[in-house]
Design a protein around this ligand. Structure first.
Ligand code: C2E
Ligand code: MG
Ligand code: MG
Length: 558
């Protein structure tokens, strides 16, 4: 065996050992490469790495030079390998000018060693890529792991203090997808994210939580610019046709105090999520900054939810009745059952707990509780020989998807043997098509068994005329915000709309009840428009059961 052959075998052995050693001994590796190059009269050796075939085509990759004596003149050998994951590694060796011909044997040896080297480079680079995949989702957004790593690194004395943390949820992104198509929607999403990334620069991080929700941290110095993007950024999604769309977001923000260190990264997440939830449900302000008051409300929410079961068992929820009055005869024609929470002798209004119980399905149990108590009262009144009126009970739209909703109502009403026509179910309008068809099914079902139905709060939100065209309601309850104020002139838009809605309802044959009648002149508006049932403070506020019983017995308002 010749001298070179022996050296060659040693080189190979060392190469294999070094490229598989853990930890990697870079110094020895560089020395070995340089020994090999000297031995084989190689002037320069470099490697290129491309993560994908497409990136190779576009020339987007990384190049490393392992050895260079400055005299490289021509290519001596070149090897290109494509990994299973379609990453590309190219190794190129150069020799000096006038280099004498090499034997095929020598060239074989050179090629073998080059292959070992680029095999190693590809493994090493791929590991790095794989690592970066761990911090990216499949669509190229940084993910929650990246945020956790960032927080972990920055959670030092002066790392996070003074920065701005935020959670955002894009406005109407479902609609955007519908309008411009999913594919364009994805482009918009990525470009919006990139825009934020650009504004934040290296002062922080932005990651995608999923869907159209992102979390980020940035320096206060870029806060203004970041907030501007939240308020609205114009994003081009079709460069050729210059198609653009304005994207904005509901943001929950936490101004991290300085100094600041957390015990749990969830401390920051909790705050921005709470603020973001509020921002999302706010019709006005879309950027909500977390503060102690918000924390208070968070505690309140927890308390209401925790107390709920026990309060049901203890019957802390009371039925108050607000009379519905015929404005001509002044007779009590009906009543609405409204819930009050009596806790430690304090009367808590529904606005303080109903929206919270609607966050989960607790509201459904409360609604049936209310129905049951109304039935109990009606049963007693009937047994006492009182002249009773129809009572309406509010049901959350959360019930609509429940296919047992109807039988459940009937079972309670029948348990107390209440004639169906004394019960009215109030439901509000819905905004989605699916719920609309559920709403229709429920109302038709109730109609069939003789229980009355009312569409509540008509005129607020997005009441559509289909709501009264396609669903056979008994009663239309016109919301108080729709009733013209005393100060409004007779030909104000409010007055005109009120007039026409009442006329329309009458024409179709739906009964009208007007909510929130407070003054004589409002009563006049009703009278002028031939709408004769009013519910409001003008006659009575919602009353405890004993007081309402007096109204039942009184029969006519003076
Ligand atoms: P709603 O069903 O539209 O009830 C009418 C609301 O208007 C009641 O508020 C009533 O007190 C108020 N109101 C009546 N007359 C007047 C007036 O002349 N002026 C003004 N400014 N307000 C008047 P309340 O009792 O605070 O209830 C608020 C809402 O809470 C109800 O609105 C209903 O959506 C919900 N709610 C109450 N009880 C229940 C329940 O048992 N189940 C469900 N799901 N929701 C309930
Ligand atoms: Mg109601
Ligand atoms: Mg109402």
């Amino acid at each position: 065996m010749g001298d070179r052959k022996e050296k060659y075998l040693t080189f190979v052995e060392k190469l294999v050992n070094l490229t598989h050693s853990e930890p990697f001994d870079k110094e020895s590796y560089v020395r070995l490469i340089s020994d090999i190059c000297l031995e084989y009269r190689i002037a320069k050796g470099d490697t290129e790495f491309y993560a994908t075939l497409l990136m190779e085509k576009r020339g987007v990759g990384e190049a490393f030079c392992d050895y260079d004596n400055g005299k490289a003149a021509k290519v001596l050998a070149k090897v290109r390998i494509v990994s299973d994951t379609k990453a590309v590694v190219i190794g190129t060796l150069y020799c000096e000018d006038g280099d004498e011909e090499r034997s095929p044997e020598e060239m074989d040896e050179i090629y073998t060693m080059l292959k070992i080297i680029i095999g190693f480079v590809s493994r090493k680079r791929l590991l790095r890529i794989l690592e970066s995949f761990g911090f990216m989702d499949s669509e190229g957004y940084r993910n929650l792991r990246a945020l956790n790593r960032y927080l972990d690194v920055e959670n030092t004395e002066n790392g996070l203090g003074g920065k701005v943390a935020f959670h955002i949820d894009l406005h109407n992104f479902t609609m955007v997808n519908k309008d411009i198509g999913r594919q364009n929607g994805n482009i918009v999403l990525y470009r919006y994210y990139s825009k934020l990334q650009e504004v934040i620069g290296d002062t922080g991080i932005i990651i995608r939580l999923g869907g159209d929700k992102f979390v980020g941290i940035c320096d206060r110095s870029v806060k203004r610019a970041v907030f501007d993007v939240f308020s609205g950024a114009v994003i081009t999604y079709d460069d050729e046709k210059n198609k653009r769309i304005k994207v904005s977001a509901a943001a929950g923000v936490f101004m991290i105090p300085n100094p600041y260190m957390y015990n749990d990264p969830g401390d920051i997440m909790d705050k921005i999520m709470i603020a973001s939830n509020i921002a999302k449900n706010n019709s006005g302000d879309s950027i909500v900054v977390f503060n102690e008051k918000i924390k208070e409300s968070k505690n309140h929410i927890k308390r209401v939810q925790l107390d709920f079961r026990n309060a049901l068992v203890e019957e802390e929820y009371a039925v108050y009745y607000q009379p519905k009055v015929d404005i001509d005869t002044k007779k009590v024609m009906g009543a609405e059952a409204l819930c009050r929470w009596i806790k430690n002798n304090e009367v808590i209004p529904p606005i303080s707990f109903i929206p919270i119980l609607e966050l989960n399905n607790d509201i459904c149990d409360l609604d049936f509780y209310m129905l049951e108590h109304v039935c109990m009262h009606l049963r007693r009144w009937i047994d006492e020989g009182r002249e009773v009126v129809r009572v309406s009970v509010n049901f959350s739209r959360k019930h609509l998807a429940d296919i047992d909703f109807l039988p459940h109502i009937v079972s309670i009403v029948d348990k107390y043997n209440i004639p169906h026509e004394y019960i009215e179910v109030e439901l509000t309008e819905t905004t989605t098509d699916v719920l609309f068809s559920d709403l229709r099914r429920v109302v038709c079902g109730l109609q069939e068994i003789g229980i009355w139905t009312a569409v509540d709060d008509f005129g607020v939100g997005y009441s559509s005329l289909n709501l009264i065209k396609d669903i056979p309601w008994n009663v239309l309850k016109i919301d108080k915000s729709f009733v013209p104020k005393d100060t409004e002139s007779e030909d104000s838009i409010s007055n005109k709309m009120f007039k026409h809605v009442v006329a329309l309802a009458k024409d179709i044959g739906i009964n009208c009840v007007v909510e929130g009648v407070e003054t004589v002149s409002q009563l006049d508006v009703l009278r002028r428009n031939g709408c004769n049932i009013a519910q409001g403070y003008f006659f009575d506020r919602p009353l405890p059961v004993e007081e309402f019983e007096n109204r039942l017995d009184m029969k006519v308002y003076q």
